[in-house]
Design a protein around this ligand. Structure first.
Ligand code: PXL
Length: 283
């Protein structure tokens, strides 16, 4: 069985970061090793959340794994809490990285034109440096703008998206994938650029007019699981985009839907089925 290491916080309640990555990637048939960067009572969109920083634990934990000779087929990073943790993530890439370990970075720090409460522009620059170490990065448009000093636009055209992709590629990652890209009314999805082939790729599906917390983490988790199971970039991107959209739809149908996250638990069986179909199709 393939094995992924995911490095991000545990928001105990809130359906994001580790509490979505672990169930989703496990359901996709990949062993999921977690490295929690912090434990929060909830994610940071709640008021009065508590935080216990775990920076001091990260190196000792990974040194133990190294002594035990563990290998990871992929390392996937999401929400990292501080500049120091970005530095530690780089060290972990150096310790465990190699040709057969894909580094996938979701530089979680911003959305809808704004940085999350815990972060500033310096953090965005450091995240840009981290992205230089990746095989694949999956920022949203806001994160891409902060990392490349580009003006954030709500309304844009394909030229703007390609400019962002080209600037992101200069950070150093082999493959760059922008999420939340809408190029026509009623549609949204991803737009990617593979620097190894010079090819752009695009996948759009129905845009649902609702915004939920944690959907970026769901996209990145499914994408990472699918790449690790051996799907192509295009198929992994389509699976992740469709699953995110289907999950938002199912959540909207729930009269008791929580405000803080989506009902991904209800759609995991669908994900497992679609993954299996995609693997057969590409076999
Ligand atoms: O979903 C991204 C995320 C992860 N972890 C924490 C967050 C957020 C977004 O706000 O606050 C703690």
């Amino acid at each position: 069985m393939k094995r992924i290491l995911t490095i991000q916080d545990i928001s105990c309640l809130g359906k994001c970061s580790t509490t979505v990555a672990l169930p989703i990637i496990s359901a996709m048939g990949v062993e999921t090793v977690i490295l929690p960067t912090a434990v929060l009572s909830t994610h940071t969109m709640f008021k009065n959340f508590t935080v216990k920083d775990l920076t001091d634990e990260l190196i000792p934990i990974t040194e133990h794994w190294k002594q035990e000779n563990f290998h990871f087929d992929a390392i996937y990073t999401g929400y990292l809490g501080s500049a120091e943790e970005i530095d530690i993530a780089k060290k972990i890439f150096d310790t465990f990285g190699g040709d057969d370990t894909k580094i996938i970075i979701d530089p979680v720090m911003a959305d809808n034109g704004k940085l999350y409460p815990a972060f500033d522009e310096n953090y965005a620059k450091l995240n840009a440096g981290l992205c230089g170490k990746a095989d694949i990065i999956v920022p949203n448009i806001t994160e891409a703008c902060f990392m490349t000093d580009t003006e954030y636009k709500e309304v844009y055209d394909e030229a703007y998206v390609k400019e962002l992709l080209d600037k992101l590629a200069k950070l150093g990652s082999k493959i760059v994938i922008l999420t939340g890209v809408s190029l026509s009314d009623g549609n949204t999805g991803l737009y990617g650029y593979d620097t190894t082939t010079g090819q752009y790729f695009i996948y759009q599906n129905e845009r649902i007019d609702a915004s939920f917390h944690g959907t970026g983490d769901i996209f990145a988790s499914v994408f990472t699981g699918a790449i690790t199971r051996g799907l192509s970039l295009e198929a992994a991107g389509a699976l992740a985009a469709d699953y995110t959209k289907d999950t938002i739809k199912v959540t909207l149908d729930n009269p008791e839907k929580p405000w803080y996250g989506v009902d991904f638990e209800a759609t995991i069986p669908l994900l497992v089925q679609k993954l299996s179909e995609a693997l057969h199709q590409e076999a």
